[in-house]
Design a protein around this ligand. Structure first.
Ligand code: AMP
Ligand code: GLY
Length: 427
């Protein structure tokens, strides 16, 4: 099957690595990809924000399946673009429609959806310029902390957990009156703060049935011990020790089933991944957010643990036959650790040569490129999150140890990574 994977981060390298193992994938193109994905298939230097260019490439190369990594393309309607072109609509498309992608693209949409289907989530109200004054009163009377969320995509910066009312009111005003995030903060969700530990659960769905992928926990803060600024993710582990069979049973019954049944009942087209950002509140899972794609760096551990053929699962999804698909995981633990550039998540420099990439890492470790590029025959840093190593081992501690050992062989100016991934789960 002729496959096109869209995206260029660590998530896409992990997906490409997994797709390459599939008996089905031949050839695999990655657009635009990165120097890591080049070892799994053919990188195509496409501007993927330009749907016409993606469409033309698919026609020229007779692409049969398209797998979308990043959410923006889905939220902006790439699925709908393909389905509205008669010579593209036959392509098997992994990713939801624009309407379905609102699960991620609009927090208000996601909250209303959860409310309609009785899916456990924090209490909330939504506000805009029309009921602004009501919003002010609501915030003043709301217990602390208060969570203020821009409705739309805001590059991961649209959620603020406020410890006092003044801060919450200021943020609310900035978002609605001063359009802090432009269109994305015309509507604001004001939400109850939930206390607990977070984890990520992923499914692949055909819109009626689903298969649950290995769960993961990511480490969002820059500093060890979960301190400092939020990042795109500094590492991830799978399995998650507190995601016991009893907890996962609750996740499936109270969250996954009602979500997929809700999509089906509402006639929402959804073939692809759903990422449930969950919080464990005293043993009960609540949804913090939905994403309409896989997570990064969670994919780097999920793909390491998925033993089944990913493309077989994708084919089953596009045929609406996921209920018949078999899914197998590696029971071992996987841990990924992300190496970032000094200064990240604030300002950082790019273009530093990366050394040690050709050294053997150990047979249970795998290096994934995130923000790298080739320059004059050399691989150099090209982003905040530069690369990561995922290792598999009998225990989480050993997996983390193996990833740290492999990373110690890699060098670039200002390299930084957390050494405490999985720290809350000493064995
Ligand atoms: P989101 O962009 O929705 O994933 O939110 C970013 C982060 O904010 C989450 O990963 C949580 O750590 C935190 N957060 C969001 N909503 C809540 C909530 N209702 N209670 C506690 N923490 C939250
Ligand atoms: N690691 C979180 C995300 O991909 O959104």
């Amino acid at each position: 099957m002729r496959i096109l994977l869209l995206g260029s981060g660590g998530r896409e390298h992990a997906l490409a690595w997994k797709i390459k193992k599939s008996a089905w994938a031949n050839p695999l193109f990655i657009a635009p990809g990165n120097p890591g994905t080049a070892s799994c298939g053919t990188n195509v230097p496409l501007d993927i924000s330009d749907f016409d260019k993606i469409g033309s490439f698919c026609r020229e190369e007779k692409i049969e399946m398209i797998i979308v990594g990043p959410e923006e393309l889905l939220v902006n309607g790439l699925y709908d673009y393909f389905k509205s072109n008669t010579d593209l609509e036959h392509i098997r498309f992994i990713g939801p429609s624009k309407f379905g992608a609102q699960l991620e693209g609009s927090k208000a949409f996601a909250k209303e959806f959860m409310r309609r289907h009785n899916i456990p989530t924090a209490d909330y109200r939504e506000f805009n310029a029309d009921n602004y004054a009501e919003g002010i009163e609501y915030i003043k009377n709301h217990p602390l902390p208060i969570v203020i969320k821009a409705d739309g995509l805001a590059a991961g910066k649209g959620v603020l957990v406020c410890q006092n009312h003044l801060e919450a009111l200021a943020e609310f005003e900035l978002m609605i009156q001063d359009s802090k995030f432009g269109e994305a903060s015309r509507t604001v969700v004001v939400e109850q703060f939930l206390t607990g530990i977070e984890c990520s659960v992923f499914v692949i769905t055909d819109g009626k049935s689903y298969r649950i992928l290995p769960e993961a926990k990511d480490y969002k803060r820059i500093g060890e011990g979960d301190t400092g600024l939020n990042t795109g993710g500094m590492g991830a582990i799978s399995p998650v020790p507190f995601a016991t069979p009893a907890f996962m049973h609750k996740v499936e019954e109270t969250i996954i089933k009602p979500t997929v049944n809700g999509l089906d009942k509402e006639g929402i087209n959804y073939t692809g991944f759903i990422f449930f950002g969950l919080i464990n509140v005293e043993g009960n899972p609540f949804v913090i957010e939905y994403n309409c794609r896989m997570g990064d760096p969670e994919t780097e551990v999920v793909m390491a643990r998925l033993e089944s053929d990913l493309i077989s699962l994708c084919i089953a999804a596009t045929m609406k036959e996921l209920d018949k698909a078999d899914i197998k995981f590696d029971p071992r633990a996987a841990a990924t650790i992300m190496a970032v550039s000094k200064g990240y998540p604030l300002g950082y420099n790019k273009g530093y040569p990366i050394h040690g990439l050709d050294q053997p890492l150990g047979k249970n470790s795998m290096l994934f490129h995130a923000g790298t590029k080739e320059k004059d025959g050399e691989i150099v840093t090209n982003g905040g999150r530069v690369l990561c190593v995922t290792s598999s081992a009998a225990t989480l501690k050993e997996a983390v140890g193996a990833s740290l050992k492999a990373l110690s062989k890699i060098e670039f100016e200002g390299i930084y990574y957390r050494r405490d991934i999985g720290y809350e789960f000493p064995e």
